[in-house]
Write a protein that binds this ligand. Sequence first.
Ligand code: SIN
Ligand code: FE2
Length: 207
Amino acid sequence: MAEPPREELVPGAVLLRRAALPVAAELLQCIDEVVLQAPFRHMHTPGGHRMSVAMTNCGACGWITDASGYRYSEVDPETGEPWPALPAAFLTVATSAASNAGFAGFQPDACLVNCYVPGARMTLHQDRNEADFEQPIVSISLGLPADFQFGGLLRSDPVRRVRLGHGDVVVWGGPARLRFHGVLPLKDGKHAATGCVRYNLTLRTAR
Ligand code: SIN
Ligand code: FE2
C-alpha cells in the first residue's frame, strides 16, 4: 500500500490524510457491530453537563465519565458487561498509522467511538486518563468533515484549526501527547458513507 501523504502539525503530531480510506467501509461495519453490543450514549461530565457527542467503546477498557469523574472502565456501565472486543481492522489501521507517524510498537487496548450529529462538539481537553503517556493517540475520522482544533500544552495556547475528512488519521504522541484538542460544532451535511453524522475512533493504550 502506498504511504499516505504525511503532514506534521507540530513536533509529535502527524496528519495522515485519507490513510483509513481504503478500509473505511470495513471500519463503519465494525462500528455497527460494536454498537449492537454497546450502544451509543450521551455521558455526563463530572460537572453534570450532558455531552453532545454520543459515545461508546471497544477494547479491554473504555473511557467513561459520570459524576465520579473521567476514567477507564473494564465494563460498560450501561450493561455491566465487558466492552466489545477491539475489531482487528481498528488495530491494523491504528498500528500502521502510529508507525508511519514514528511510533512503532503501538499496542492500543481501548478505543473510544464518538458519534457527532450537526451541532455536536468537543471542547478543548487533554487526553490524560491513560497510564502511559509514552504511547500515542491515534484518531480516525469517518463521514462528515469536522474542524479539529489542535492547541498547545495550556488551554489558553493558540489553536490550529484542521479540517478532518473521511478516512483522515491524526496521530499525536511524544512532545505533543498532552496537547489540548477539540472539535468545533459539526456543520450540517450529508456524507455518502455515513449520512448526517461523523464518527471518530480514538485508539489509546489506557493501561
Ligand atoms: C477526542 O478527542 O476524543 C475526539 C477527537 C475527534 O473527534 O476528532
Ligand atoms: Fe481527546
